[in-house]
Design a protein around this ligand. Structure first.
Ligand code: ZN
Length: 222
């Protein structure tokens, strides 16, 4: 089909009149409507550009101000208004809400905001290698606790351990810190595993579960 034979019923995008278009791309019924539509588009573009010029206040306009609107603040700092809101909301930049629709930022407060916020690369504290260890037995003897208790608290406190020839070695420093503290807090009460209780009190499994894991140490009662 040649272009000249193309005929389609269209509605003029400018005047709204129905017409037969000769080309696929035809949008207007006449040359006049085409020109008027072009002028209208140009005018609208000019309006948008003028509005944008008002919105994008040159920085010179706000440089000399002591009291700034949130817009001014954004212009002065060269950041978005959204960022200004965030700074205020997060308590980084001080602002003053004078009325429900008026929030003012003092230029001095922008200066203050920068103080003490110098970017420095965070240095990770150097980890000292663990060189001293306890065996499980040593902990049991030193703190007077059961083997199960050692494993339970070590797991709870995430005490570093190493396995060597099938034996567990615990970080001395960590054990001293956490076990000493725990014993202080639990001077009367000791912890038993179900297994411990079954052995110690000659119970069956069900009975020891009923009694729970925590019991008073009979030797420490007096
Ligand atoms: Zn028309």
């Amino acid at each position: 089909m040649s272009i000249s034979k193309f005929k389609a019923l269209r509605t003029c995008e400018f005047c709204g009149k129905e017409f037969y278009a000769q080309k696929v791309s035809t949008r207007y019924c006449s040359k006049r409507c085409n020109e008027l539509a072009y002028k209208q588009r140009r005018r609208q573009r000019q309006i948008i550009e003028a509005e944008a010029r008002v919105l994008q206040k040159p920085i010179e306009d706000v440089k000399e101000k002591e009291f700034l609107s949130l817009n001014d603040t954004a212009v002065l700092m060269g950041i978005s208004k959204r960022c200004v809101y965030d700074l205020i909301h997060n308590g980084i930049l001080q602002a003053f809400k004078l009325t429900s629709r008026l929030t003012i930022v003092r230029k001095a407060d922008i200066e203050i905001m920068f103080e003490g916020r110098v970017y420095t690369k965070k240095v990770k504290p150097e980890r000292k290698p663990i060189t001293e260890f306890y065996t499980t037995k040593e902990i049991q003897e030193k703190f007077g606790v059961s083997e199960a208790w050692v494993f339970k608290l070590a797991k709870e406190k995430k005490i570093p351990k190493v396995l060597h020839h099938g034996k567990t070695y615990w970080s001395k420093q960590h054990v001293d810190k956490h076990f000493a503290k725990h014993i202080e807090n639990n001077s009367i009460v000791e912890w038993y595993s179900v297994q411990d209780m079954m052995e110690k009190f000659n119970m069956d499994h069900f009975c020891s579960l009923l009694l729970c894991v925590e019991v008073q140490h009979p030797e420490k009662e007096d």
